[in-house]
Design a protein around this ligand. Structure first.
Ligand SMILES: [Zn+2]
Length: 446
């Protein structure tokens, strides 16, 4: 069937579309699934805001049409109601949360809950010393590691400590099997890890408990390849002084019993705070250092897989106007692809982003006034954009220097354009053709 592209009120070169084929559309569809399932950016450069329930949301972009933050699950979302937050002196990361329990004691104590209690005590003790402190999570929240790192990076603390309790060891030990991990080739991270090891181990040593340990008891760095830490918390915060503490072995029943005591949780929180304070106020070197070791294996947790964001920004309905002819083309294209017009409008905007991110793609520049699409025709289509898709819409609007309504129109025109070109027999099955179809003249139409 033939559905001629709707007339474009601007020069087609702005589309910069490569050879449009069904294959391209399918590739876009695959990438779109990947993008919307949470493989996003982890770096935040512009500080953070507080969202509902005191959740810390690193700012990714502040744009005219909305502020884009990194959600709890690490996805770019639009959120405009945040209160500015940070920087802080210390960020604490209570490891695990939500469906990721971490190690579990024989008494039912889970690492995710224990880590949070210890982190609360650490915060209180640090605040008593006059420090400002933030926790990556204050609830039983599912949060991927890259979001924890993004929060820490956004708050630019003097120290970032991820609090954990270990599982697995069975070798008997006369001393607590405390382990701390530091960043590779980083003297300050190493010093903080050495001090925290001293503080935690000496706090627990007086207790008469049949401890367990592994060969990693002490202070070390675990590498997946030369100069790259296995632990994302350390690897993804290269500008910070970051350390992981594994206080005791929760998997060892006597240690789980000890860790279930509120005064022990408070003790551990207090000594972690004391260690951070000592790091920040002295040049103590710490002790317990072991050589770095290679072990790329992790538990496989801490990814964004299965993480579901709560909706903190209501969907925004964006209307775009079409002429009767344009709308006819839109409907015909949707039918040709077996999709709804709503899908086509959405997909068009994602395709704009996709094309702009292809290797070698020219950077999008703001459209000149004459190139901006007329998006105010008599036949209106309204699309409801959720907080994650809104982020794409807002970013594209900013990149092209146009409104969200106009981006929707631009995407729609692109889709009709691509589907229409696919119907032209002159460009089909012609592997020798390498010219840019967006600027191609059909000179071989005979
Ligand atoms: Zn853990």
């Amino acid at each position: 069937m033939h559905s001629p592209p709707m007339s474009m009120p601007y020069r087609p070169h702005v589309l910069k579309a490569p050879r449009p084929t069904r294959l391209l559309l399918e590739v876009v569809a695959i990438v779109l699934v990947v993008v919307t399932s949470g493989v996003g950016v982890a770096t935040a450069l512009a500080g953070a805001v507080l969202g509902p329930d005191e959740v810390i949301l690193p700012i990714l972009d502040e744009l005219p049409d909305g502020t884009i933050v990194s959600s709890t699950c690490g996805n770019p979302i639009v959120y405009d109601d945040g209160r500015p937050f940070g920087p802080v002196d210390v960020v604490l990361d209570p490891g695990h949360g939500g469906p990721e329990s971490g190690s579990v004691g024989a008494n039912g104590l889970t690492e995710r809950d224990l880590n949070l209690m210890v982190a609360f005590h650490t915060q209180l003790a640090l605040e008593d010393l006059g420090y400002t402190v933030a926790l990556t999570r204050r609830r039983d929240t599912h949060m991927p590691i890259r979001q924890r790192a993004a929060i820490a990076n956004a708050l630019t603390p003097l120290a970032f400590v991820s609090i954990h309790h270990n599982g697995g060891a069975t070798r008997r030990s006369d001393t607590p099997g405390t382990e701390t991990f530091h960043q590779v080739d980083d003297p300050e991270s190493t010093r903080l890890a050495g001090i925290l090891f001293e503080e935690i181990q000496s706090a627990f040593s007086p207790y008469w408990v049949p401890w367990v340990r592994t060969v990693h008891q002490g202070v070390s760095t675990r590498l997946r390849e030369p100069r790259a830490e296995t632990y994302g918390i350390l690897r993804m915060t290269p500008d910070l002084t970051s350390v992981i503490t594994e206080g005791l072995y929760l998997s060892n029943p006597p240690e789980a019993q000890l860790l279930a005591l509120p005064q022990i949780q408070e003790l551990e929180g207090r000594v972690i705070a004391a260690g951070i304070h000592r790091f920040l106020t002295t040049q103590d070197p710490g002790s317990g250092f072991k050589p770095e070791f290679f072990d790329p294996h992790t538990t496989g947790t801490g990814t964004a897989r299965g993480c579901v964001d709560s909706e903190i920004t209501p969907p925004a309905g964006i209307s775009t106007g079409f002429t009767a002819k344009e709308h006819e083309d839109l409907v015909a294209t949707a039918r040709q692809l077996g999709k709804s017009t709503d899908w086509l409008l959405r997909f068009g905007v994602h395709t704009l982003e996709f094309l702009s991110e292809l290797p070698g793609a020219a950077a999008i520049t703001p459209l000149a006034a004459a190139d901006r699409p007329d998006a105010y025709g008599p036949v209106a289509e309204t699309v409801a954009w959720n907080q994650a898709e809104q982020a794409v819409l807002v970013r594209m609007a900013d990149a092209y220097g146009i409104t969200r309504t106009q981006v929707q129109k631009l995407g729609a025109v692109l889709m009709v354009f691509l589907a229409g070109l696919e119907d032209q027999p002159v460009t089909q099955n012609d592997p020798a053709a390498t010219q840019d179809d967006a600027t191609a003249v059909p000179d071989d139409a005979d």
